[in-house]
Design a protein around this ligand. Structure first.
Ligand code: 5GP
Ligand code: ZN
Length: 139
């Protein structure tokens, strides 16, 4: 896609610090370096995000994640890692070419903070929600 920054990185029109490449997947350092080693893993196919992705592209993309994540962990000695995808603007997606963030974690105060609100479980509502989602899943 001509106006996509990540397609330009794939095409070599914009420089990047590559850490992994094969015919379908590219991984390179995120320019923001939220923590040291922050890496993005992207499919070479232009697809907006995981919500738009085919099973085939998802299998290809996510199958590369463990080995790249382990390599990143070895290179940085980070004891932990957040692996994140933002899907659509409200979730924080700013580049609309699918990508997986690998963010090495060094301490609780290393620049990334993820917090979740928790609610008392309403098991009847949970059951209904699960049923509703299950109905929508296509096999
Ligand atoms: P998002 O917010 O969409 O989940 O993440 C997009 C990421 O792309 C951000 O973390 C941002 O720093 C990174 N990014 C944006 N433009 C560039 C660029 O030109 N080069 C690299 N290496 N990373 C970029
Ligand atoms: Zn693209």
């Amino acid at each position: 896609m001509s106006d996509c920054i990540f397609c330009k990185i794939i095409a070599g029109e914009i420089p990047s610090c590559k850490v992994y490449e094969d015919d379908q997947v590219l991984a390179f350092l995120d320019i923001s370096q939220t923590t040291k080693g922050h890496t993005l893993v992207i499919p070479k196919e232009h697809v907006k995000n995981v919500l738009d992705m085919s099973d085939t592209t998802a299998s290809t993309l996510f199958s590369r994640i463990p080995k790249i994540a382990r390599a990143l962990q070895k290179a940085t000695d980070a004891p932990a890692m957040n692996i994140i995808t933002n899907n659509e603007e409200l979730s924080g997606q700013t580049v609309f070419h699918a990508h997986v963030h690998l963010v090495p974690r060094y301490s609780e105060k290393d620049g990334i903070s993820i917090s979740y609100t928790t609610h008392e479980p309403d098991f009847e509502a949970l059951g209904k929600m699960a049923e509703q989602i299950a109905k929508e899943v296509s096999v």
